[in-house]
Design a protein around this ligand. Structure first.
Ligand code: NCD
Length: 317
């Protein structure tokens, strides 16, 4: 396993298996009344979020706290610190605290890789523009595996705004690595050219959706759209919305959140027993604990310093 988690390409299938297994063991800790283990005591984790986040930021915070790390959360509205020098300055400033890890979310593709060049800390990409979101992919694998057991040979359809979706890119890489057959589907304007090279098939209509074991719907990423990619949300919904008519009784439904209710998903499917959306959120904490553990535990751990009471205690004869 490498020092950073910037892309799903940083983890082999073996790494993924180990991380998911570790997450299982942390799930046991999450079931306790006191949900804490001392693994990262005395280590510092910095969350640096330059873009809106509810699930990813809160689950990384909980993950660091449940591993007993010291946590600093830095948020920016994204206006003053946009790129280049100022991100570099911020990272170098925060690196003065000697953090073990920096978790970074940025609206710019490639930002996490830049941060990794500017700090000695391990860097975790929590979403960089439309590029990648590897921990989302890992938590999706974990959630799905818990529900169905083996992922080998499953047909996963990723439906919607693939063009602007880091979740889709990381998801295609991760699902295929675990032996799933991945199809992406959406209007031609929202499917990036050459996406097949990641190992997926492309469809422009939902006609074949019946073959999917898992329907993974994506949010329409309004904030990344400059111009008109679809005639209207109503027309988009008419052709691509996953609703009770289109989702078969044996198919599972996933979505990274936040959901645009009534656009990519209808209310009935969001609240159906086939939806894994809440489980995905729940999995976020244990999978991010496992990622922090994987990158930090045993790596550069500080040499044992005697606790204050030990320094004054008389040595045993
Ligand atoms: C995703 C994101 O921010 O990339 N959300 C998340 O992390 N759960 C997907 C999205 O915003 O649509």
């Amino acid at each position: 396993m490498r020092r950073h988690l910037l892309s799903v390409d940083d983890v082999s299938r073996e790494d993924i298996e180990r991380i998911l297994g570790r997450a299982e063991s942390f799930a046991e800790v999450s079931g306790r009344e006191i949900k804490k283990v001392p693994t990262l005591r005395g280590r510092t984790v910095i969350n640096l979020f330059y873009e809106a986040s509810t699930r990813t930021s809160s689950s990384f915070e909980l993950a660091a706290k449940r591993l007993s790390a010291d946590l600093v959360s830095v948020k920016s509205s994204g206006s003053s610190v946009e790129k280049g020098e100022s991100l570099k300055d911020t990272v170098q400033t925060l690196s003065a605290y000697d953090p073990a890890a920096i978790v970074i979310r940025s609206p710019h593709a490639g930002a996490a890789a830049l941060v990794a060049r500017w700090t000695p800390a391990s860097v975790i990409n929590a979403g960089d523009g439309k590029h990648e979101h590897p921990t989302q992919a890992l938590l999706d694998l974990y959630t799905l595996r818990r529900r169905v057991g083996s992922l080998e040979g499953l047909s996963v359809w990723i439906v919607g705004d693939v063009l602007h979706s880091r979740v889709a890119r990381s998801g295609i890489l991760a699902f295929t690595r675990m032996g799933c057959d991945v199809t992406v589907c959406g209007p031609p304007t929202l499917i990036p050219r050459g996406i097949e090279s990641l190992g997926c098939e492309v469809r422009y209509t939902l006609d074949g959706l019946g073959e999917a074991d898992v329907v993974y719907a994506l949010r329409m990423q309004h904030e990344r759209m400059k111009g008109n990619f679809v005639p209207s949300l109503r027309e988009y919904a008419a052709q691509y919305q996953i609703d009770g008519r289109r989702l078969g009784a044996a198919q599972l439904l996933m979505h990274p959140g936040p959901v645009n209710r009534g656009v990519e998903l209808s209310a009935e499917v969001i609240d159906s027993p086939q939806a894994l959306i809440t489980e995905q959120v729940e999995s976020g904490v244990v999978v991010r604990m496992a990622v922090l553990y994987e990158l930090l535990a045993g790596r550069g751990a500080p040499a044992a310093v005697p606790a204050p009471d030990e320094t004054i205690a008389p040595q045993p004869a």
